[in-house]
Write a protein that binds this ligand. Structure first.
Ligand code: FE2
Length: 328
């Protein structure tokens, strides 16, 4: 079900930037008649002041303006993480193929020839705003999931900062392994999201100081699969999902939920396992004190020797620890 179904219809805000007053007012009036809220600016600087204050849902920029051109303004908008998702339509002259090429290169989403044809304007605005709405929903959904994951962490007084440390350590390992940008992003997100499925585990189990009963273990062990289910609808989390599902597998096949062995376990999941194992040993838990650096190292080595962790990744992690590239 789309998130928009839970939110009332909203009015889209379109910023029209054109130095030519008559054509600016004409564009404004046409969009106004279609029910859009329209802001106008006579040049790029004025537009930037408006955007700094509040974000529009779309920008329509004239290419030729005194001072900063529409193409330059478009490039700046697309380079900034705050404004890059706002669709931009450039208004170009009929016989100006060069402006279109430069506009594409600057990240413009669409073009409209001047003088503006009203039907063309409405069609393009409508289609870009539909995409913008999906992007906003995705953004909102992702933010909700991240917050949910952190609220799961907050239920457990012993794991404060655990997610942030895992993200940081997994990314540090990824950097040394020269992983791609997309893989690094997946690891960073997985650090926060890996235990989101614990939302169904009651506090009495999560914070239990003694050993868990078989039944309690059964509940605890569902969290990777439930985490996968929660994140599955988000296409942006595609690379994170295998990490969530498999972060409790063991190299020797003794882990859960699928009992995968060795390289059957996704590579990124193996990285997260090692940093997770380290964090569990090095920080206090309801059932144990924080172990010293030496104790932590000794256990991680021993567990790798008996086949629990990736025998190539673990030495790399210990090496990074030795060189002070990870916080203890
Ligand atoms: Fe977990």
């Amino acid at each position: 079900m789309a998130l928009s179904e839970y939110f009332p219809e909203r009015q889209f805000r379109i910023l029209v930037v054109d130095d030519h007053e008559i054509s600016r007012d004409l564009t404004r009036d046409m969009l106004h008649l279609r029910g859009y809220e329209v802001w106008t600016a006579g040049n790029a600087e004025e537009a930037q002041n408006l955007v700094e204050h509040e974000l529009p849902d779309m920008m329509i920029l004239d290419v030729v303006m005194p001072g900063k051109s529409g193409i330059e303004l478009c490039r700046e908008m697309k380079d900034s993480t705050r404004t890059r998702l706002i669709p931009v339509i450039l208004l170009t002259g009929l016989n100006d193929p060069r402006a279109k090429l430069m506009g594409i290169e600057a990240g413009a989403d669409d073009f409209i020839n001047k003088p503006i044809n009203a039907q063309e304007l409405f069609a393009r605005v409508k289609s870009l705003l539909r995409i913008k709405q999906y992007t906003d929903e995705l953004d909102n959904a992702e933010a909700v999931i991240m917050t949910l994951a952190l609220s799961v962490e907050a239920r457990d007084a012993y794991t404060q900062g655990h997610c942030a440390r895992l993200s940081q350590h997994a990314v540090a390992m990824g950097r040394h392994l020269r992983l791609s940008g997309a893989e690094m992003v997946a690891l960073r997100r997985a650090g926060i999201l890996h235990d989101i499925g614990k939302i169904v585990v009651p506090d009495s189990i999560l914070n239990k100081t003694g050993a868990l009963t078989a039944e309690e273990w059964g509940i605890m062990r569902t969290h990777p699969m439930l985490g996968e289910k929660i994140c599955r609808p988000m296409r942006t989390l595609e690379k994170v999902i295998p990490i969530i599902r498999h972060h409790h597998e063991h190299w020797d096949g003794s882990g859960y939920p699928d009992g995968l062995r060795g390289e059957e376990i996704p590579y990124l999941a193996r990285i997260l396992q090692i940093v997770d194992c380290h964090d569990a040993l090095a920080t206090p838990r309801p059932y144990k004190r924080a172990l010293s650096r030496e104790e932590t190292r000794a256990i991680m080595r021993r567990e790798t020797a008996v086949g629990r962790w990736d025998p190539e990744l673990m030495p790399l992690f210990l090496n990074l620890m030795d060189h002070g590239l990870l916080e203890h």
